[in-house]
Design a protein around this ligand. Structure first.
Ligand SMILES: [Zn+2]
Length: 183
């Protein structure tokens, strides 16, 4: 069955409601519109949904403030010179780490990626690095380079994978935490 969509206004706020085959109600902020979005079980009444939203006022205030702050941040764009500089940094980092990891990339691209710092095509051995790393400390790029190279040993994030990372880059946990904060 398709979800049934409707719109409610709760205390002056637009709430998009989606009724579908689920057991619990969920509330989130829609990234695109900035509206509140409730998913609810099929036969939930409007009244129950209004009560649900009202009970989460503190969470809503915080979530909407977060969205606003994100939207007001200037978007970083990368010039051709930025790309060249970043390519050179990646190449140098790869030269440094490849012998230690014991695998070589077949090539690499630099891209402005939204959700990932890097990626690895384990079939072709081609790596991608996120241009946003250009603005971060060198250790962040080094960790991502090591991480992606280690995928040429092990696909996925199993214990065996992290053993490879650990051997070459023992401080990986700290740098990974740094990167997560900036995502
Ligand atoms: Zn990975």
């Amino acid at each position: 069955m398709k979800p049934r969509e409707s719109v409610l206004t709760v205390d002056g706020r637009t709430v998009l409601v989606q009724r579908k085959s689920i057991k619990n109600m969920y509330l989130r902020v829609d990234q695109q519109t900035g509206w509140l979005k409730v998913s609810a079980p099929r036969f939930t009444s409007d009244l129950a949904i209004v009560g649900f939203v009202r009970g989460r006022e503190a969470w809503i205030e915080k979530a909407l403030a977060n969205e606003k702050q994100k939207a007001s941040q200037p978007v970083r764009t990368f010039s051709a010179a930025d790309r060249r500089a970043f390519r050179a940094k990646c190449a140098a980092s790869l030269e440094r780490w490849q012998p230690l990891v014991g695998r070589r990339a077949s090539g690499f691209s630099v891209r402005d990626m939204k959700t990932r710092w890097g990626s690895c095509n384990t079939r072709t051995g081609h790596l991608n690095f996120n241009l946003k790393l250009l603005d971060l400390p060198q250790e962040c790029l080094d960790y991502v380079v090591v991480h992606e190279l280690c995928h040429l040993w092990v696909n996925g994030h199993s214990k065996a994978f992290w053993t490879h990372v650990e051997r070459v880059y023992p401080d990986w946990r700290r740098v990974r935490k740094e990167l997560r904060k900036r995502q």
